[in-house]
Write a protein that binds this ligand. Sequence first.
Ligand code: NOJ
Length: 758
Amino acid sequence: MSILFRHRTGWLSALLTLALLISFGSRAQADAPKAGQVAASKRVKELLSAMTLEEKLGQLTQRPGGMRSDDNPEVARTKLEDLKTEIREGRVGSLLGAFGAEYINDLQRVAVEESKHGIPLIIGNDIIHGCRTTFPIPLAEAASWDPTLVERSAHIAAVEAAASGTDWTFAPMVDICRDPRWGRVAEGSGEDPYLGAQMAAARVRGFQGRDLRAPDSLLACAKHFAAYGAPEAGKDYNTVDISLATFFEVHLPPFRAAVDAGVGTLMSAFNEINGVPATANRFLMTDILRRQWGFEGFVVSDWTAVTELVAHGYARDDADAAALAIHAGVDMDMTSQAYRTHLAKAVDEARIDIRTIDDAVRRVLMGKESIGLFENPYTDTTLHDKVILCDEHRHAARESAGRSMVLLKNEGAVLPLNSSVKKIALIGPLADNQRELLGTWASIGKAEDVIAIRTALTEAVGDGVEVAYAKGCDIEGGDTSGIAGAVEVANKSDVAIVVVGEAAGMSGEASCRSNIDLPGHQLELVKAIQATGKPVVVLVASGRPLAIPWVAENVPAIVQIWHPGVEGGHAVADVVLGKINPSAKLPITIPRNVGQVPIYYAHKSTGRPPTDQFFTSKYRDVPWTPLYPFGFGLSYTTFEYTGMTLSQSKMKPGESITASATVTNTGKVAGDEIVQLYIRDKVGSRTRPVRQLRGFKRVSLAPGESQTVEFKLTEKDLAYWDNKFGFEAEPGEFVVWIAPNSADGLSAEFELIEQQRN
Ligand code: NOJ
């Protein structure tokens, strides 16, 4: 008999199971049951009863609000006047892409003072990893395994964006991704739902702060709901065909964590899920999100995702698409204009109940109310200059970048560079680059603000050490003429640092790659430098894990620096010179080649787990292990794990078990270790992954120092999706690891025993 996990809800579960059995979605009909009824304030009630249907649909409409920099002044003026007319007439409730406090205040004044009901606009923007102070890409920050650090970065982004007139960020992106070909892997927290959930909650806390009405907070938006990170073949916008178990266990937990952390909004995804596009998916946005999770905020579609229902082959035309999306639970239409164009007719024809529209408007207006927009619609224009790119923010960005860099290899302790090094060859297309270090979705970040690696290193080493630079080759492209010059520079040096990787635009939306090797001739450059016989350090600047098997095999030192943001150069100098001892761990597996993809640590065992035997699950032309496993990362010191113990060998439902182990710094310098807790449910009524992360802790240890690290496990940590709508732990044996990464560690076993009936 199974032990039910407590927050399962009986009737709801049955209802949802029924919904599941019927279909993963359901088509719009006028008499649909209501869900997600949000209590309205007095103001919102009054507004709702005073507004016309057209004005209501205006509140559900989001329009681009920025003027393009290449518009000629006359075109820009006309566009601005048209936009103001729309606002004045109450045909738009939200703008995206508008920046600058004065500009936004000007538009807001039209909404507040010149429209009939004076409802303020809500201004949304993609504040993904910083505003003007660009932090490392989210994937990089997830490598810090430090929710407090991540929360601080999100808060700083909020401070700067709010001072620039933004109310609402389309972040965090909490999509789990196990396929590094997908360009948007850069924007998420990697492959694991547990780590992803911690990061999701931290970012929501950071953006929203303690008081959503404060002038330094943003309304957050967990996106893209859901499973956008699981497109076939890692190709953006592609079909998602997924088991419900994987959907519930892997892709939904970070959204649930964001909702539990109080996220104000969600964004519906572009993709379909098992035949029903997310943006028309009532099961997702009404049954799960509102009924089961109790979410009270509002849902915005992704950009034109409503009318894309037609291209999906799910809606007949734009009018059908609008009806399907609002019925499913999408409250605001991002840019397609289908709601304001077609929903009045749908209401007239009784296809959509006016109460469905009212529910959506109530949620949007309550969202505006929750951030204090009615009382305070304008941005204080004096704030911007005080906060943008201030020293405190730069300092935080530097710390985040340093904490995100993963030391993958350090044979012969090449790093940190020691005082005998008098001449450094700094080589590679990313060594003296500013723009690409910003990474994808850098908001209003500017290349000129970025501290390049060459600048920072030259300054940090001081007068006694020479930094000689050679680009070697481009990031992409066929020109190899610079390689000989780079070799010459390396030949005259004590050590060569080669900075290779990807341009910012090689990851991010629609920027998927079918090949995840180093682009262009960069590997040739690394090989040529390695052939000089000098000690070589390779720094990989990228928006995704890159397959670098030759580098891993041949080069003594490698650091994954990701796209580290505005302070990237300083952080690299900190790491290379030992001012920072690396502590980051991979939030995603690094494959040996693209053919291994998808490859992730929490895979199933199969009936024939890989061994040297022929008829086992593996490829014949590549080892079955990844190049670097999830959770892996080295330090300039070494750590030893000893004395794994469990507080008991049997656990009853309702009890907890404590796993502990001692971690000792066995090296010569102080360092931080991220200690990880994994479990395996040995036998399940559905097969279970070979390992699952269930906890992590950072310990800071002086040389020779030890600390006992404890983790408490409860039934909740052992539970998995029960084929209905709850999570359930089954009696049986479990393995627990306390580990430095997902492939190593100390283990012990215990048994979860059945509740005795009286
Ligand atoms: C499309 C992207 O998928 C989404 O993440 C973003 O927030 C919107 N565009 C708005 O820029």
